[in-house]
Structures are given as structure tokens and as C-alpha cells.
Design a protein around this ligand. Structure first.
Ligand code: ZN
Length: 164
């Protein structure tokens, strides 16, 4: 990766970790889950508001963790609103590949408005964790927890998640 690109990515990650977006507990959240990454000590709670059509209206989080875990959660909560649960899970799957596979290639998006591409471009900023396998869990904790939160079709008990 180009050095100045890497620097830009680091700046964005630091900005998100210092000023996390959507760091709150929304009163109308109908899905939530706890995520814990014992490898690093990251603890996140993800809150989602799903409407009747399975579209994510709002995403927020609370918790504490390293810069990567917090930045990833912050970025995720910006990306999710307006997406269906299926789209969110597809994005996670691509993001996971991006963080773990050396030969990752951007997935074929089937959306015409380029929204997914835009999301993947933003997530790309976290893909540097690929060089640090232990950090992959930090980067993906929020997404694992999101998946647990929606697993109950909108009626989610508090599900403990561990990425171990
Ligand atoms: Zn971490």
C-alpha cells in the first residue's frame, strides 16, 4: 500500500476511535447484542432499530476497546442504516474476506446505486489488519455482534458473542 494512503487510513481510524459516531443507547432499539473479544479486551454492545421490512433504521453502539475495535464499530453504524439485514450480512462477509484473505478481490455488487461499493471503500481503511491476524478480531467484533443482534428476526435477547 502507498505510504500516504496508509497514513490517511490511520488518520481516519484514529478520528473514529477518538470521536466515535453513534456512540449512544437508542431508546427505540429492538435488537441488541454484547460482543467480547477476549484476545484484546474489546467489549461492545451493538444496538439496531429494525423496521417491519427488515431494514435497519438506526445503528449505534456503546462499550470500550482498542482504536481498531471502536473505529470499526463507529464506521459500521454509519454504513448500516438503510440496509436490509441480508445486505448487512453480505457486507460483513466481504469485509471479513477483505481482512483475512491475501487474494481478496472486491465483490461483485449487484446494486445499481453503488452504495455497497461506497461501503466497501470505507471498510477498506481497516483492511490493514490483514497483516496482523490478532487484530482481525478487533476489526470484525462489531460485525459479529451485529449479526448476533439480528439473529432473532428482530426480537433479540441480549446475546453474548465471543469471536474466539
Ligand atoms: Zn482490540
Amino acid at each position: 500500500m502507498l505510504d500516504d494512503l496508509r497514513e490517511l487510513y490511520q488518520e481516519v481510524i484514529l478520528d473514529h476511535s477518538r470521536n466515535p459516531r453513534n456512540f449512544r443507547h437508542p431508546g427505540n432499539a429492538n435488537c441488541e447484542a454484547h460482543g467480547h473479544n477476549p484476545m484484546c479486551g474489546d467489549m461492545l454492545t451493538i444496538y439496531l432499530s429494525l423496521d417491519e421490512d427488515g431494514i435497519i433504521q438506526d445503528a449505534a453502539f456503546e462499550g470500550k476497546g482498542c482504536a481498531i475495535a471502536v473505529a470499526s464499530a463507529s464506521m459500521m453504524t454509519q454504513i448500516l442504516p438503510g440496509k436490509t439485514v441480508a445486505q448487512a450480512e453480505k457486507l460483513f462477509s466481504s469485509f471479513h474476506d477483505m481482512c483475512t484473505k491475501e487474494d481478496y478481490e472486491p465483490f461483485d455488487t449487484d446494486d445499481s446505486n453503488g452504495e455497497d461499493e461506497d461501503a466497501m471503500e470505507r471498510l477498506q481503511m481497516l483492511s490493514g489488519v490483514r497483516q496482523f491476524p490478532i487484530r482481525v478480531k478487533c476489526a470484525t467484533l462489531a460485525w459479529h455482534t451485529m449479526k448476533a443482534a439480528v439473529a432473532g428476526d428482530g426480537e433479540c435477547p441480549l446475546v453474548p458473542v465471543s469471536t474466539e
